[in-house]
Ligand binder design. Sequence first.
Ligand code: TYC
Length: 104
Amino acid sequence: MSNTSSSSKSEVLERTKSKNTKPPMYKVYLLNDDYTTMDFVVEILEAVFRHSPVTAASIMLSVHKNGKGLAGIYTKEIAETKVAQVHSAAARSGFPLKSVMEKE
Ligand code: TYC
């Protein structure tokens, strides 16, 4: 038998403070490629990730130079939505832009 209700063994599971308040967070990255235009990536960073034009340009250049770059950090469902939004906007515009998420 499992011990979740401490029936036979006299054990009590205690938790000191903290009701496990924070959900797991996921980093969402953009990946570099040779075909997506810089302007389109900046548009995505502004529209999907709500970055300012200056921050969006800076993240785009870092992706261009380093191969990938952090677009934002979100809970699981929101991160999944952002990734899907990037892929559908890119596909609609005929660009191969990819986005990936990674548990923190
Ligand atoms: N490397 C692309 C170019 O030179 C620009 C680019 C930047 C593409 C960031 C994707 O996530 C990306 N046109």
